[in-house]
Design a protein around this ligand. Structure first.
Ligand code: NAP
Ligand code: MG
Length: 404
């Protein structure tokens, strides 16, 4: 077949460990045979981040601003063990954190639903999409260890030099403190992204914080959402027959468990991090979830919601068979290519992205899957495939669509 053409490069952010292996397999088996891929490649593998003093991460985010669409592989966020393993110059920050801080915006994560993989919460009939605020809070916090007695305060020095102080604690012994921040601008764009997304997919929007305890910080989130909703979205929501609903985070968690799904759940940064892992596991597997960062300026970064699957990588290095699920990484590619097609008016590219996803789902529904799914499927006698075999099975299904 003649390869599908692209006009604008996709920003390609390669990553680490097992997902880096899957990345190459997906490209070789599922993309390059079908698409004349134009991409601007950034190697966010930990070794190269270390060599470039993490400049490559910043460059890749800047390139996303230039071209509009990126696809990202999972990457290692270094900790003490990684410092030693990779002989790092510094404990580099989370690349996702760095990229999100540059692009701003909201991360939308939705489960990929296939027949035969039923959610373990029985009453969930429809997908629940998490909208995770991607800026600030604990991810941009300053922390300090307090080694003994003393007074700790928050100090705000205004431009005119005047100060506002708030006591954090009078320490009588050792302890820890943390200073978080967020920006009204970022919260406003978070709110607008959520309202727009809800209108786009015609689903109710839920939002929750802990405003009863955090009367200034979390309450500001609640107020900003409500003000923007009342001023700009109420009528549109009424017309679309959907609702905006605010409640406390603990109440939201309880209601989510009893709901039948089919709504968007807007979460502050940390809540979204934690709750999306809970939802993806309950819906099937960490590898059965899409994730896209939507910036208020219209930039899109597609990624997998899971990590680099370190345990599988060490098996792979030892020459043992692996059965790592590539669906989330594959959907990052299809999502990015579809968006590229949409922006550049390339209908063949958009159709290819749809086909790639359909081939993936059909392959699983025909009983061929990776071990994580085979363990939980309600299908009788599933076939467990290795990492590469699963991708090759998808290729066979996909090739069928293009054979004539
Ligand atoms: P992980 O990659 O999320 O994997 C944890 C476990 O979940 C795996 O051992 C595996 O369970 C299962 N799993 C996750 N993805 C899977 C897949 N695609 N197919 C099959 N099973 C899958 O977490 P980790 O291994 O603890 O973390 C490794 C690194 O990932 C860390 O350095 C962390 O910093 C990084 N990380 C990156 C991102 C990101 O870039 N988006 C997100 C989170 C974590 P079994 O072992 O039971 O098979
Ligand atoms: Mg997480």
């Amino acid at each position: 077949m003649e390869k599908i053409q692209m006009t604008t490069p996709l920003v390609e952010m390669d990553g680490d460990e097992m997902t880096r292996i899957l990345w190459q397999m997906i490209k070789d088996e599922l993309i390059l045979p079908f698409v004349d891929l134009k991409s601007e490649y950034y190697d966010l593998g930990l070794e190269h981040r270390n060599e470039t003093n993490d400049q490559v991460t910043i460059d890749s985010a800047e390139a996303t601003k230039k071209y509009g669409v990126a696809v990202k592989c999972a990457t290692i966020t270094p900790n003490a063990a990684r410092m030693e393993e990779y002989d790092l110059k510094e404990m580099w920050k989370s690349p996702n954190g760095t990229i999100r801080a540059i692009l701003d915006g909201t991360v939308f994560r939705a489960p990929i639903i296939v027949k035969g993989i039923e959610p373990c919460v029985r009453n969930w009939k429809k997908p629940i999409t998490i909208a995770r605020h991607a800026y600030g809070d604990v991810y941009k916090a300053s922390e300090m260890k307090i080694d003994g007695p003393g007074k700790v305060e928050l100090v705000y020095t205004k431009e005119d030099g005047s100060e506002v102080r708030e006591l954090i604690h009078n320490f009588t012994g050792a302890g820890v403190i943390q200073g978080q921040h967020n920006l009204n601008d970022s919260i406003e764009s978070f709110a607008r992204s959520c309202f727009n997304y809800a209108l786009d997919v015609k689903q109710d929007l839920w939002f929750a914080t802990k405003d009863t305890i955090s009367k200034k910080y979390d309450h500001t989130f609640k107020d900003i959402f409500q003000e923007i909703f009342d001023a700009e979205y109420k009528e549109k929501f009424d017309a679309a027959g959907i609702e905006y609903f605010y409640t406390l985070i603990d109440d939201a968690v309880a209601r989510v468990m009893k709901s039948e799904g089919g709504f968007i759940w807007a979460c502050k940064n940390y809540d979204g991090d934690v709750m999306s892992d809970m939802l993806s596991s309950a819906f099937g597997s960490l590898a059965m979830m899409t994730s896209v960062l939507v910036s208020p300026n219209g930039y899109f970064e597609y990624e997998a919601a899971h990590g680099t699957v370190q345990r599988h990588y060490y098996k792979y290095l030892a020459g043992e068979a692996t059965s790592t699920n590539s669906v989330a990484t594959l959907f990052a590619w299809s999502g990015a290519l579809r968006k590229r097609g949409e922006m550049d008016g390339l209908s063949d590219l958009m159709t290819y992205a749809d086909n790639l996803e359909r081939a993936c789902i059909e392959t699983i529904e025909s009983g061929k899957m990776t071990g994580d799914l085979a363990r939980i499927t309600s299908m009788p006698n599933p076939t467990t495939l290795g990492s590469l075999e699963f991708i090759q099975a998808i290729r066979e299904t996909l090739s069928g669509y293009y054979a004539d």
